[in-house]
Design a protein around this ligand. Structure first.
Ligand code: MN
Ligand code: MN
Length: 310
């Protein structure tokens, strides 16, 4: 199988059936390196819904995706076999059954020794993905978490599992190593001090927008945490971006990062053993001119280049 996107000369970018980056749609067990799949579920949202529509929208928008990275001077279409492996089954009205299906689906992807990028879905969907990875690799993961929010919130309405609590569960269940975890893009206001107490107690490195901006961007990038060979996962909540760069999201927070700052962070990250990534919290019904979906596609482009062996 030739894992190349459809030609824009043969099928102009507004035409043809939509897959991620116009790549082939293949079976989970095919011979690709990195599979992209959707997790269309937003039953863990506390405010604005709509992330269930993100996989379809990001497929559409990624028709505009191109492969050559001008900073890295390489093309992921040539360096990696990337494919669309479809959507993970979900149950729109039941988070417990959805978690079971996500863990099973990701477990199957991992049973074929694949790397992946998933497109959520709200942030509650990351927890069962991490559970599957923890089983596969047999150790807590190193973890890069882009977000405006800490996502270490307590139960809400008596429900443990929602999109603001996944990071707390991931630490409590031993899925990620809090000492090898960094949260980027964090800012207030917070509902209270509980979530911050949690990250302080576990020694999680929190990078606020203030910290990104308090020095020259090159100095900041130089001081980014370094990663070892521990299996490492990136979870990218689109609301780490300022609402001007990403209005279509569940819980927008003013004062965020710009799309450009995030590109620079991705280009500076050195992750020798990246095993998976996700992009969550894009809500197409609240988007304007698809700019949030475009920002998501751009993050996916940067992530795919992090899978290329240096
Ligand atoms: Mn989040
Ligand atoms: Mn968030």
């Amino acid at each position: 199988m030739d894992y190349k996107p459809l030609s824009g000369r043969e099928f102009p970018r507004f035409s043809a059936i939509k897959t991620f980056f116009r790549l082939p749609y293949v079976e989970v067990g095919a011979d690709y390196d990195v599979g992209i799949f959707g997790i269309p579920f937003d039953g863990g949202v506390s405010y604005r819904p709509g992330a269930r529509f993100a996989p379809t929208k990001v497929r559409e928008i990624s028709s505009l995706g191109r492969g050559f990275h001008m900073t890295r001077m390489e093309n992921f279409f040539e360096k990696l076999k990337v494919a669309d492996i479809g959507d993970c089954p979900t149950v729109p009205i039941d988070i417990k059954q959805t978690y079971e299906r996500i863990e099973k689906f990701v477990g199957e992807v991992l049973s074929h020794n694949k790397k992946f990028v998933s497109v959520g879905g709200d942030h509650s969907t990351t927890l069962p993905v991490l559970r599957a990875l923890r089983k596969k690799y047999g150790q807590p993961l190193a973890f890069v978490h882009f977000d405006a929010h800490l996502d270490t919130y307590p139960a809400a309405w008596g429900q443990e599992y929602h999109h603001g609590a996944f990071a707390r569960h991931a630490v409590e269940e031993g899925l990620v190593d809090p000492k090898k975890m960094v949260q980027i893009g964090i800012r207030g206001p917070l509902a209270g001090g509980d979530d911050l107490d949690f990250v302080n107690k576990h020694g999680i490195r929190v990078i606020t927008v203030d910290e990104v901006r308090s020095k020259n961007i090159n100095e900041f990038l130089h001081d980014l945490p370094k990663f070892d060979n521990t299996p490492t996962y990136i979870s990218y909540d689109i609301d780490n971006l300022d609402p001007s760069c990403a209005p279509g999201t569940g819980t927008p927070v003013p004062g965020g990062l710009t799309t450009y700052e995030v590109q620079r962070i991705f280009r500076a990250l050195e992750i020798p053993n990246l095993v998976g990534c996700d992009i969550v919290e894009i809500s197409p019904p609240f988007d304007q001119s698809d700019i949030t979906a475009l920002a998501g596609m751009d993050a996916m482009f940067e992530m795919l280049h992090l899978f290329v062996k240096k």
